[in-house]
Ligand binder design. Sequence first.
Ligand code: NAD
Ligand code: TDX
Length: 341
Amino acid sequence: MRLLITGGAGFIGANYIRYVLSVHPDYHVINLDKLTYSGNLGNLKGIDGYPNYTFVRGDICDRNVLDGIKFDAIVNFAAESHVDRSILDASPFLQTNIMGTHNLLETAKQRDCIFLHVSTDEVYGTIEKESFNENSPLRPNSPYAASKAASDMLVRSYVETHKIKAIITRCSNNYGPYQFPEKLIPLVIINALNMKPIPVYGDGMNVRDWIYVTDHCKGIDTVLHNGKNGEVYNIGSRNERANIELIKLLLVKVAGRINLNENEFAGLINFVRDRKGHDRRYAIDSSKIEQQLGWKPEISFDEGISKTVDWYISNKQWWQRIISGEYMQYYNTQYAERLKK
Ligand code: NAD
Ligand code: TDX
């Protein structure tokens, strides 16, 4: 199998490449990535020398690049992925997430290949009680979520109209190694290690449903090999936490790991202006993939959080390179904005 993985230099894509090459050592992986601000070839250190791994720097919107690559299946991770950035400027989200997916679908239409589209629970919007299943209506609330919902709809239309072989996965919030520091969990760990304030949006009571990244990767691989054409599969771990509860837990873990009294971190928690259109709660029902395909999450929340804290503490060089670059300018500007009443 020749697998084209798009966005494989990002957080989940890089974890997926590591997973695929460990369980299918006979596969050839081609990683097509534009290397935007969140793409980092350092995420694939150790893999880059494998004879069955090829990196191509390119844009999923560029048809010529795709025409030059041979593959049997596409797993599409490539996306603009950060909600806050989509609020500042939605254009790159529409370009990559919608037009890029369309370009990949056109390619899939011309070739007899499988297309697995990695989507998100955010397409369902926010839910007060119970959880989203695959038949829940799509009610995206951020420009990011709207662009992902649009791409999901395009995938559906290509299955119905052009009879391509495509499947969609919708996963909840991921965490684990190699996550870009703009996302909540790495941000809290890194800010704590640097004794910097931790911005808590609004009242801190927004709820997210957290899954360890390798559980998501295993779910994607299960769907790729055993999923039914045209179907949608939710992937989640039933680990709902209010943000403030999660932040406090992370601070306890970090303090314990560096032998500091956790009270030293108490003053870092800083309630700031809320995110516009901030979804109150996400919760995902993954009984379909569990019952039909036999997948289930394997990493408990406590184990996953401990592994993640350990990884960031042991891989300072990885994140120090990022926070000493242009990311910090984005972060500081955003943080200053959030302090304004
Ligand atoms: P990320 O931002 O860490 O990585 C995105 C990758 O895509 C980067 O390597 C980037 O360089 C690449 N990319 C961006 N635009 C591109 C383009 N036009 N052409 C080629 N490559 C391009 O994101 P992530 O968190 O790893 O998310 C990966 C996918 O999973 C996304 O589609 C996202 O919507 C989805 N998802 C993420 C989460 C989560 O919690 N992070 C949850 C559910 C679904
Ligand atoms: O500094 C912060 N303070 C804060 O309170 C940041 C960065 C976030 N938050 C809050 C906002 C959310 O309620 O924490 C929660 C998680 O925020 P993010 O890490 O930005 O994730 P979220 O907006 O929930 O979206 C994520 O999950 C679904 C991913 O970024 C998406 O790519 C994925 O589709």
